[in-house]
Write a protein that binds this ligand. Structure first.
Ligand code: ATP
Length: 290
């Protein structure tokens, strides 16, 4: 039995469809990365899995039961995208408050040490920096030794070192536990996840290993001035703008070789990596056929 599961889940907010027929299993062990651009539906998916929202249609299971059941929820840890910490509570008091809900919490000292917060243990959270607040919010997800942890953009607002430290912690946790995290950054997902679920337009566009997702979204833009183009292998998208033609391809070297081999006249050739956003768009278009 998977730890968490959605079965053909749709979630609407008014006339906006945030998730559209999503079926996903989260088995025990490892780090699952939910990758997608703004508004893709990642947070909605997490909110459904942790029982904060209900699906419009379809079913959600957590440990085989209803995610809204407090017994299931006690086995998970969650850091939402935005967290409000009580400004007048000290850092150690926040940890103690959450720890009181669990039979065998992580000792506060060890937790704060792991998250680089030991020195500010006595500071009120209102006096923390943005990065410290974020680290505390993430640390709180781990207090109850959860079997399954959901982290919505955990490293937003962290500096490079803090981000790396948090990556180490999450990766270690994933060796024995299970972590689901969202990110906009392929780099972050690459560093952490065993499995990547690409979400776009409320749908699962791809669900695979980091290597194959890398291949799928590692798309380049080859721009050139040309009059006619033959059918070219490996081209996943063509755009025309201001008299220039852009060809989107996962293998720009091969495309250039093909252009030359086919004697296609061209000028001003440029090869650029596409942004993740563009790559997602290509994936979305390819999947929906629009
Ligand atoms: N409470 C809400 N009311 C109305 N629309 C919402 C609500 N929550 C989300 N949406 C819409 O649902 C869609 C999916 O949003 P969601 O926050 O799940 O995406 P996301 O992938 O987490 O985005 P981001 O990376 O920006 O956090 C968006 O179009 C968003 O505007």
């Amino acid at each position: 039995m998977p730890l968490a599961r959605t079965i053909d889940v749709t979630r609407r907010y008014g006339d906006r469809t945030a998730l559209d027929g999503v079926s996903l299993d989260i088995p025990a062990g490892g780090v699952v990365g939910l990758l997608g651009p703004n508004g893709a539906g990642k947070s909605t998916l997490i909110n459904l899995l942790v029982g904060l929202r209900k699906p419009t249609s379809g079913a959600v299971e957590l440990f085989g039961g209803d995610p809204r059941d407090p017994a299931s929820r006690r086995r998970i840890g969650v850091t939402p995208q935005e967290t409000g910490l009580p400004a007048t509570l000290r850092v150690s008091e926040c940890v103690a408050f959450v720890a009181a809900h669990f039979a065998d919490p992580v000792p506060a000292g060890a937790l704060l040490e792991d998250f680089g917060l030991a020195e500010v243990a006595r500071r009120q959270t209102g006096g923390l920096s943005g990065g410290q607040k974020r680290r505390l919010a993430v640390a709180l997800a781990f207090v109850g030794r959860p079997e399954l942890v959901f982290l919505d953009e955990p490293t937003t607002g962290l500096d490079v070192q803090a981000r790396r430290d948090l990556w180490t912690y999450i990766k270690d946790y994933g060796r024995t536990g299970t972590v689901v995290l969202t990110s906009h950054y392929l780099e972050e997902i690459e560093a952490l996840a065993d499995r990547v679920v690409v979400i776009g337009g409320g749908r699962v566009l791809a669900d695979d290993t980091v290597e194959s997702i890398r291949g799928m979204v590692g798309i380049h833009r080859v721009s050139l001035d040309t009059i006619t183009l033959p059918e070219l292998p490996g081209v996943v998208g063509v755009e025309e703008a201001a008299g220039r033609t852009s060809l989107l391809t996962p293998d720009p070297d091969q495309l250039v070789r093909d252009l030359v081999a086919m004697n296609v006249p061209f000028r001003g050739l440029q090869v650029q990596p596409t942004t993740l956003e563009e790559a997602f768009l290509t994936l979305t278009t390819a999947k929906t056929g629009s």
